[in-house]
Write a protein that binds this ligand. Sequence first.
Ligand SMILES: [Zn+2]
Ligand SMILES: [Zn+2]
Length: 355
Amino acid sequence: MTQTHAYGAASASQPLAPLNIERRQPGPHDVKIDILYCGVCHSDLHTVRNEWHNTLYPSVPGHEIVGTVVAVGDRVTEFKPGDTVGVGCMVDSCQHCASCAEGEEQYCENGFTGTYNGPMFGGENTWGGYSENIVVNEKFVLRVGHDAGQLAAVAPLLCAGITTYSPLRHWQAGPGKKVGIVGLGGLGHMGVKLAHAMGAHVVLFTTSPGKQADAKRLGADEVVISKDAAQMAQHAGSFDFILNTVAAPHDLDAFITLLKRDATMCLVGAPASPHPSPNVFNLILGRRRLTGSAIGGIRETQEMLDFCAEHGIVSDIEMIAMKDINEAYERMLKGDVKYRFVIDMATLKQEAKAA
Ligand SMILES: [Zn+2]
Ligand SMILES: [Zn+2]
């Protein structure tokens, strides 16, 4: 075990503060990563404040990790010291169930192990990327092909990027397809960029008229103010796919009625309380589908990173120092971020050295 500086919460009611955690020595199949940047996901906040009622303390969040390999176990063949790599939401899974066998580890039937807060169905706690380094099985380490100057903005691809890429691919966003993205936050802004790069006709739905220009800059072909019933009605029955990234409970029917026959709306925002039930007639008439999707498998996450490197896609970020994380959480709650906070982990190392 090695002592590692980190930031975490001792309980649901306490702010994040410096603490020390222990990382295991790299085993034969492990990769030790010096963390350069870590994105700030809304799940981090939900977890440290125990809003999903399953948090193990102390809680060290962070699952949008980019860093440099500093050591590898003697059986590791795919990575070597000096490589630039990423780690997303998972660090392990059972590796033998049907989902794992198909490379869909995020749906592991025995529960994947989260990068933080441990295995889904109970077990020892795990600590995430708000720390100096992390030790991860090579199967859950991703290769980053972006330029060195882009690495901070690559970090959010590991959660926000794959969470939007996977359903866009699964429901075949591409040329000739009309794709809606609901919400322009951390997830939504990635959805717009990715759907645009895949060649779809992209329509962004927002409640804020002020976001119109930014949505077009990010790649939206059209922007619809979803509170405006007349604007919404113009798009009735016309969408091949809608990716709904909004986590606040809202009226799903307003969007379901915009789908073509047999088209799908996929939810990727996780509301703390349920959406009002949709009107079943809107599903029956048109055989429309309402579904959800969770991150993506390791193979697909690598595909997403390669796609983004090839198309020059990164997240729009605001960089913060580790000590400013509590303030960043408060701003995130107000939607006051364009569009993702990323922690510069050099600031944690400096802080630890000064202490
Ligand atoms: Zn996340
Ligand atoms: Zn499995």
